[in-house]
Write a protein of this length. Structure first.
Length: 396
């Protein structure tokens, strides 16, 4: 039997059903442990704690599949877990609201290291841990059987794979090769999505509910959408009746995609300006020019990739929020986000508060924001709440 035995007193997280075992907690191993294989985990006193995937190259040495000693990790295990994830999305009535949503959200769905997003008749998978990689064939077979979707594409081309001792991977796993762009629809707004080369698996599905919130606050407003990617927040604002929308993105190909999405929805092009520019530099220019906006959206990429980058990331969030506050009209709204898992909500709120004070604005939190419901947060795993945001108003 393959075993991992923990040091004395290092089982506290597992007893709280947190699935990660860090390398420093391991006392010794027994058996011929191979990358991704299933191991049983025991306390120093010999108590069974869980059964998980072994990753000798990672700081997270084991990710627990199950805490139930009677449960075997096999084909039937993955069938049950995948079906439970599907049932949750159906209970949220997502298939009737949108043609694109997260089907499996890793640890939050009891499947550490596995991401599966559905885009109409394509599934896009990320195998981010050694354990998920080990069971890839089984997982793909169960996905096809349980969803009825045969077209499955892999986007495991992410840096975290290197921490697992795995090479990056991207390519077709089953069915038809995806087209250059797929068409999806979200609450009667249409988007072209590039699942082969786009960010993440092609689209920021976790912002769905926040896009609807921006839409509800946009009628008659002038909206600035920063770090626009393919225009999600901007198009939602246009659908909500925004008077004028400015989308800012620093990648030329993405600006062209925004143009295509505006045309796809038959929006009036005169109501939408799409700019290729560095957001920080452009906002400083707007400040000098005296530009003002009623609604500003800040949805930057991850600023903190590691704990060592957190201080620098905090300065970046402070800078961008300070600039945004200076550009808001009286009575304006700021939607500001951080997708950095290491950035905790209380620290993010403090950073935004400091930016408001330094800009001379007496701001108020209208609403705390988070990822959409198909990206659930598991109570015992705080890391599953990675996207945090604030809807902030400034007085008229």
């Amino acid at each position: 039997m393959n075993k991992v035995i923990l040091k004395k007193g290092r089982e506290r997280l597992l007893l709280r059903l947190h699935p990660w075992i860090f390398s420093g907690a391991v006392k010794r191993t027994e058996g011929s442990l191979r990358v991704g294989e299933t191991v049983d985990v025991f306390s120093d006193a010999g108590r069974f704690l869980g059964r998980g995937g072994y990753s000798p190259a990672s700081q997270i040495r084991v990710r627990i599949w199950t805490f139930d000693e009677s449960e075997t990790v096999d084909e039937e295990f993955f069938r049950k877990r995948i079906q439970a994830a599907i049932n949750l999305r159906e209970s949220l009535e997502l298939p009737g609201q949108t043609s694109a949503y997260r089907l499996i959200s890793a640890e939050a769905d009891g499947l550490p290291g596995l991401i599966v997003d559905q885009y109409d008749d394509f599934l896009v998978c990320q195998f981010l841990s050694a354990g998920a990689e080990h069971w890839k064939t089984t997982i793909v077979d169960q996905l096809k059987a349980l969803t009825g979707v045969n077209n499955i594409y892999e986007r495991s081309d992410v840096d975290v794979r290197q921490k697992e001792g795995l090479e990056q991977a991207r390519g077709l796993l089953s069915g038809d090769t995806p087209p250059a762009v797929l068409g999806i629809e979200e609450k009667d707004v249409k988007f072209f999505v590039d699942i082969v080369n786009g960010h993440k698996t092609g689209f920021y599905l976790d912002q769905r509910e926040n896009r609807q919130l921006v839409r509800s606050h946009s009628r008659g407003k002038e909206v600035l959408n920063c770090f626009a990617y393919t225009g999600g927040f901007g198009l939602s604002a246009l659908k909500g009746g925004a008077r004028q929308v400015t989308n800012v993105e620093d990648v030329a190909g993405l600006v062209e995609m925004i143009d295509r999405n505006v045309e796809l929805n038959q929006f009036d092009k005169d109501r939408c300006t799409n700019l290729k520019a560095d957001v920080f530099k452009l906002l400083r220019r707007f400040e000098k020019e005296g530009r003002k906006f009623d609604v500003i959206v800040l949805d930057p990429p991850k600023f903190a990739e590691s704990q060592a980058h957190l201080e620098r990331a905090s300065r970046g969030y402070k800078d961008i929020n300070l600039l945004a506050f200076k550009l808001l009209r009286p009575g304006g709204l700021l939607f500001t986000f951080s997708c950095s898992g290491l950035m905790k909500m209380d620290l993010f709120q403090k950073i935004v508060a400091d930016a408001a004070i330094d800009s001379g604005r007496d701001a108020r939190i209208v609403q705390w924001l988070r990822q959409a419901g198909d990206h659930p947060v598991k109570l015992c795993i705080p890391e599953t709440m990675y996207l945090k945001g604030l809807l902030v108003s400034v007085p008229a």
